[in-house]
Design a protein around this ligand. Structure first.
Ligand SMILES: [Zn+2]
Length: 56
């Protein structure tokens, strides 16, 4: 699955890409500081996400 870069994050989230390919999803949203494992949203602050995962 190398077509991820051509798809919107919205479409990828709908396919469950965040759960199946978490590492690749993170590459697409960097330099975000945090992202949500539930919604796929990214944010500067973890308090803005319902299931935040911190990125180093
Ligand atoms: Zn969320």
């Amino acid at each position: 699955m190398s077509d991820a870069e051509d798809k919107t994050l919205c479409a990828l989230q709908e396919e469950g890409y965040i759960e199946t390919d978490t590492e690749d999803f993170i590459k697409l949203i960097r330099p975000a500081r945090h992202f949500c494992m539930n919604c796929g949203r990214s944010a500067v602050g973890a308090n803005n996400l319902c299931n935040p995962e911190e990125l180093e």
